[in-house]
Write a protein that binds this ligand. Structure first.
Ligand SMILES: [Zn+2]
Length: 472
């Protein structure tokens, strides 16, 4: 079997290999598209399940709109089409004929959503309107990476409309905090949540907020975004409502989304030189049981014993690896690669002494557990792993975020190593472009730390602090 490239040698190579070797996904013959394999899809389903619940708690209902968007809708919002045009795939022929109007394969659904909302909304009583769509979208990317940037990807897109700007602003924040909580609680990843600069905002939005995480190579990954769309989309698509005084008003929309990209984040935030490390709350298999036997007599005893053990495992996802063509050592290697949080080894001695050996994937700790303590011990260890992964990632973010006020020093350091920097920025796009050109790092999000200072680039008064990092 081939060996995984160490992270320290080539992080990017490690990433590509681990995706394939852990059996999450594979390349497709259509450039930039991805085949998500059962293990990778089970991971996505767990993400979906947990997040869908949180989305519904915000009073949002699921809908489904068509994959195809007529060109005439798409062209209506000028800034939006300008931002997305280079990435849009068009259907020009169907049913053996040239179409009268080209159809865009959705890169995002604002235009078709707003066209539809115009028919759904007439009164303030129809607001707030809150819907979410789980779907695939297509953006024709030039440089692709499995999960991180693929031409077709899976996501959810929430779309809401409100009577006031204040209510829409609150929704943008609620969605962002929902993502932060989900990413903390389930993916065990810490994030910086804040507003994006004008240059990094969603095409057509008033402003964009996002959550950014640190990967093990010190680079940033945008894990999700939440946008206030202002009133431009609603006006363009003629979405109007009559307020309580019978006066015609334009609603305030928001949109927000996360995608299969999060799986890329999960891999790079926790994985190590042995492969994936999955947080128990999101792992498709939480425990793998490895029976160890020499002959059939031993096997049958162990089988009986494992039956008694699994009766205790009522609320965990487990798998017993009975494959008799592979050695225990090979199985250890394989399940470590797939990031299963906990391994339970059961051999003849364990059967005799009514115990098992449990081994943690995150830190390799090995422990003997008596039969009557298995259920409690496993539940507690899974909780410990979940908490420990978040703690380690949070500390990594903290230890790799540095304050800078000298631009030359920053330039020198960021060229040598990847990390996050917290700096003052005057808000001028020219300073932002200079940072990007000089260092390849970009402004990820602003910080709530609003103390006054001098812009790290131009030295002008600045009352915003922003996080800089090189990003995926
Ligand atoms: Zn400046």
């Amino acid at each position: 079997m081939s060996k995984l490239t160490p992270q320290s040698k080539d992080f990017s190579k490690w990433y590509n290999e681990v995706v394939l070797m852990a059996d999450l996904a594979d390349y497709s013959d259509v450039k930039g598209c991805m085949i998500i394999k059962p293990y990778g899809y089970a991971l996505w389903e767990n993400i979906q399940k947990a997040l869908d619940e949180k989305i519904k708690q915000l009073g949002v209902e699921n809908v489904y709109l068509p994959l195809f968007i007529p060109e005439s809708y798409f062209k209506k919002e000028a800034e939006h089409i300008e931002g997305f045009a280079p990435e849009v795939a068009w259907v020009t022929h169907a049913g053996g004929k040239k179409l009268e109007e080209r159809l865009a394969i959705r890169p995002t659904s604002e235009t078709i959503m707003y066209h539809t909302f115009a028919k759904w909304i007439s009164s303030y009583r129809d607001l707030p309107l809150k819907v979410n769509q789980w779907a695939n979208v297509v953006r024709w990317e030039m440089r692709t990476r499995l999960f991180l940037r693929t031409t077709e990807f899976l996501w959810q897109e929430g779309h809401t409309l409100h009577t006031t700007k204040a209510e829409a602003d609150q929704m943008v924040l609620d969605a962002l905090m929902m993502y932060k909580d989900f990413i903390n609680d389930y993916l065990a990843i810490q994030v910086l949540a804040g507003q994006k600069s004008a240059a990094e905002k969603f095409a057509g939005a008033l402003y964009t907020t996002g959550v950014e995480a640190i990967m093990k190579d010190g680079k940033a990954l945008q894990m999700g975004t939440s946008h206030s769309l202002g009133q431009a989309f609603a006006k363009t698509f003629d979405v109007k409502f009559l307020d309580q005084d019978g006066k015609e008003q334009t609603p305030w929309p928001t949109s927000w989304g996360v995608s299969t990209r999060m799986i890329g984040g999960l891999i790079m935030a926790h994985g190590d030189d042995r492969g994936l490390i999955l947080p128990p709350k999101i792992a498709p298999i939480q425990i793998v049981i490895i029976p160890i036997w020499k002959d059939m007599a031993e096997k049958s005893k162990i089988e009986k014993y494992i039956n008694q053990i699994t009766k205790q495992l009522t609320d965990v996802e487990f798998k017993i690896d009975w494959d008799d063509t592979k050695s225990p050592g090979w199985k250890f290697y394989q399940w470590e690669m797939k990031g299963v949080p906990l391994r339970v080894e059961v051999g003849p001695k364990d059967e005799k002494e009514k115990q098992v050996i449990i081994v943690r994937r995150d830190n390799g700790e090995k422990e003997k557990v008596q039969f009557n303590r298995i259920k409690d011990k496993i539940a507690k260890t899974l909780d410990d792993i979940q908490a420990s992964l978040l703690k380690i990632n949070s500390e990594f973010l903290e230890n790799n975020t540095k304050n800078y006020n000298n631009y030359d020093k920053y330039k020198k350091d960021i060229n040598e190593k990847n990390f996050f920097a917290l700096v003052h920025w005057c808000g001028d796009p020219k300073c932002e472009i200079k940072i990007k050109n000089d260092t390849k790092a970009t402004i990820r999000v602003d910080s709530s730390k609003k103390k006054k200072g001098k812009c790290i680039i131009c030295g002008q008064e600045a009352n915003t602090m922003v996080y800089l990092a090189k990003a995926y």
